[in-house]
Write a protein that binds this ligand. Structure first.
Ligand SMILES: Cc1cc2nc3c(=O)[nH]c(=O)nc-3n(C[C@H](O)[C@H](O)[C@H](O)COP(=O)(O)OP(=O)(O)OC[C@H]3O[C@@H](n4cnc5c(N)ncnc54)[C@H](O)[C@@H]3O)c2cc1C
Length: 638
């Protein structure tokens, strides 16, 4: 049976939808709020903001994260900034322009209503964070400072040096801690959600494992919010934190939540290149660096020290190919351009998989002090990792997996296809279409957490009035038993291969066949290789230790087992979408000059995949995308 995908986008003019919806939504009166328990999984910007705000409103909140402290969520790693249409620069920005840039940046594969609301809320986010004391960079006169990010011709990115995520998360974390101290939020750190419990078609709770003691427990509530981040680590090597994983959303998928556009993966152009097999993590060099750094390779293969290569022998390929946006071309386009010059044999560094990001001109123009003030911590990080001083020698960068635009399908209220299951931040598929613009993930996570979910959760509770259940309900008992059985299964295999070796092999398949560019032959090969690898995993994985102690191999086994299933769904999605759009580049569908060629007639929809049971092909559901305000056009940054 297919799903009825109702996006529930409110009618009316774009600019009035959210306000009108807020007025029309039902409210839960203050005295009744505390009778409802909301389960929030995740304490990054999306989850931390949601948990704190809902507790502030009076709901009982139970909040979970797998780290030892909520403030260690992966959001802390975000570097470059957060977008907002404040137009402090008076350079032509507006809510409509941010909306338009985001729709266009996502290659017309997101919903107009959602994206407009995001642009609208962006301005409130900055006010909220400033009130919390987030130390955004300021101009000499005291106004908040801005810089530019890819895919925009205005400066609208607010930042705190190269530590924007950390400062924003400290703001959300303080708000969360205040609620923990007040008793409104009960926090469960080092606790991993391993299943979603659905009763009478409604999400009613979760099953968790205490990562220190191994205890399996159930938690019941009136609604569940998943804010569990992205799944880029399916590629093994990515810029994500080691722990980032897909388990929460994958288990929800297997309980009936549709998974939207799983193949839409962002490959970020500016990361430190891979150096060898030993690596388990890649490091991002923030996009903000492209404000001042110039990207180039030699015109012909050239092994000279870059400082010895004269101007006339250099190819500033982004400036050449995309004169209107230059080095600030969007990520998908900049990544493919870097791959192209490396494929031509002009890449730099030992592997040949690298391009230069050069600050010599900027240092000459602005002085080293200014560059240090803007990017000091990023330069230091680069130097520590590569042992090269980027103030003297150009950085070497190469694209790497960074962000997943796909995720659980949600409607305008951020509710998935299971009633009561809400999904926020990177874990949902929502607002970025086929390519997210830089500095827009923090914006979306905080819009979801501070401003959207605290409103829409009330609409769900007031209109559906879920009856009380507790963890003794048979659905919890049976979900717990399944979690125990699965945990024991990992430990009983006693095979020869480590979990990481399977993960690395899966990552290679994904990168080679479902990475920066994809084709039918490669995807079909991946769809053969992944099930074989999965079978081998269940036959030959070795998970040492026991289930009643801290056991990181066991944690990882569960996550990799889920990646081994999700990877297959991603390839299936990439195979079915025979058009190119945004970061999804099908080699068979390109313009004469090698840009992504969309097929709006056949693919202007969200692909929402539905689990059909063990061993069965998932069902494809389509949510048509309707554009009433923007005209679909071939994306151009030239
Ligand atoms: C290096 C780097 C730099 C970036 N820089 C920027 C930037 O400058 N600007 C920008 O806009 N975006 C940036 N991004 C993207 C952005 O940081 C993320 O998209 C965003 O922070 C995700 O936030 P989130 O709240 O959705 O998830 P996360 O911050 O990933 O939080 C996930 C939470 O879920 C919890 N969790 C996950 N699974 C489970 C489970 N099964 N059980 C219990 N808990 C679970 C975790 O413990 C954690 O608390 C960057 C990304 C990277 C990798």
């Amino acid at each position: 049976m297919t799903l009825q995908l109702d996006a529930r986008t409110p009618p009316g003019p774009l600019a009035e939808k959210w306000n009108r919806h807020r007025f029309e939504m039902k409210l839960v009166n203050p005295a009744n709020k505390r009778k409802n328990t909301i389960i929030v999984v995740g304490t990054g910007l999306a989850g931390g903001a949601a948990a704190a705000t809902m507790s502030e409103l009076g709901y009982n909140v139970k909040c979970f994260c797998f780290q030892d402290s909520p403030r260690r969520a992966h959001s802390i790693a975000a570097q470059g900034g957060i977008n907002a249409a404040k137009n402090y620069q008076n350079d032509g920005d507006s809510i409509y322009r941010l909306f338009y840039d985001t729709i266009k940046g996502g290659d017309f594969r997101s919903r107009e209503g959602n994206v407009y609301r995001l642009a609208e809320l962006s301005v409130n986010i900055i006010d909220q964070c400033v009130a919390q004391g987030v130390p955004f960079a300021r101009e000499y006169g005291g106004l908040l400072s801005n810089r530019s990010f890819g895919g925009a011709q205005v400066s609208r990115t607010f930042y705190a040096r190269g530590q924007t995520g950390q400062q924003l998360l400290l703001g959300a974390y303080q708000a969360l801690e205040r609620q923990i101290a007040r008793g409104g939020v009960k926090m469960f750190p080092r606790t991993e959600m391993l299943d979603l419990v659905v009763i009478d078609g409604k999400a009613r709770g979760i099953v968790t494992r205490d990562l220190v003691t191994g205890a399996i427990e159930s938690h019941a509530g009136e609604a569940v919010v998943l804010a569990t981040g992205g799944y880029g680590n399916v590629y093994y090597l990515s810029t994500n934190a080691q722990g980032s994983n897909a388990t929460a959303i994958w288990r929800a998928y297997k309980r009936g939540a549709a998974f939207a556009n799983p193949c839409f993966t962002q490959i970020h152009p500016t990361c430190i290149p891979v150096t060898g097999e030993h690596q388990s993590k890649l490091t991002l060099m923030s996009e903000s660096l492209r404000n001042d750094g110039r990207v180039w390779v030699p015109k012909k293969p050239d092994k000279r020290d870059p400082r010895q290569i004269p101007e006339e022998d250099r190819d500033y390929f982004l400036e050449r190919k995309y004169p209107a946006f230059g080095n600030l071309a969007p990520r998908d386009i900049a990544s493919r351009a870097a791959k192209e010059v490396c494929d031509e044999g002009r890449g730099v560094g030992e592997s040949g998989l690298g391009v230069y990001l050069d600050f010599a001109d900027a240092i000459k123009r602005l002085g080293r002090d200014v560059i240090e003030e803007r990017y000091g911590n990023l330069f230091e990080m680069y130097q520590r990792i590569t042992d090269e001083n980027p103030y003297d020698v150009p950085m070497r960068i190469y694209p790497a997996v960074h962000y997943t635009m796909g995720g659980l399908w949600v409607d305008y209220n951020l509710m998935g296809t299971i009633d009561g299951l809400h999904v926020t931040g990177e874990a949902n598929f929502s607002d970025h279409g086929a390519n997210r613009l830089g500095a827009s993930a923090l914006m979306q996570g905080l819009a979801d957490g501070y401003f959207i979910i605290p409103n829409t959760i009330g609409q769900y509770l007031a209109s559906q009035k879920p009856p009380k259940v507790d963890a003794s309900h048979p659905a919890f008992v049976s979900a717990e038993a399944e979690v125990v059985e699965r945990t024991n299964r990992f430990l009983s295999i006693n095979g020869k291969r480590t979990v990481s070796s399977f993960h690395r092999e899966l990552g290679k398949i994904m990168w080679n066949y479902c990475g920066m560019s994809r084709n039918e032959l490669g995807l079909k090969l991946a769809l053969k290789k992944i099930p074989e690898l999965r079978q081998e995993f269940w036959r030959d994985v070795n998970v040492p230790g026991s289930d009643v102690e801290l056991n990181q191999a066991l944690e990882k086994a569960g996550r990799v087992a889920d990646f081994l299933e999700l990877g297959e769904l991603m390839c299936l999605d990439a195979l079915h979408r025979t058009e190119s759009c945004g970061a999804h580049f099908r080699e068979e569908s390109q313009t004469p000059d090698g840009e992504a060629l969309r097929d709006d007639e056949n693919f202007a929809y969200v692909a929402a995949w539905q689990y059909a049971g063990e061993g069965k092909s998932p069902i494809l559901n389509k949510e048509p995308l309707v554009f009433e305000n923007v005209k679909l056009s071939q994306r151009s940054y030239k």
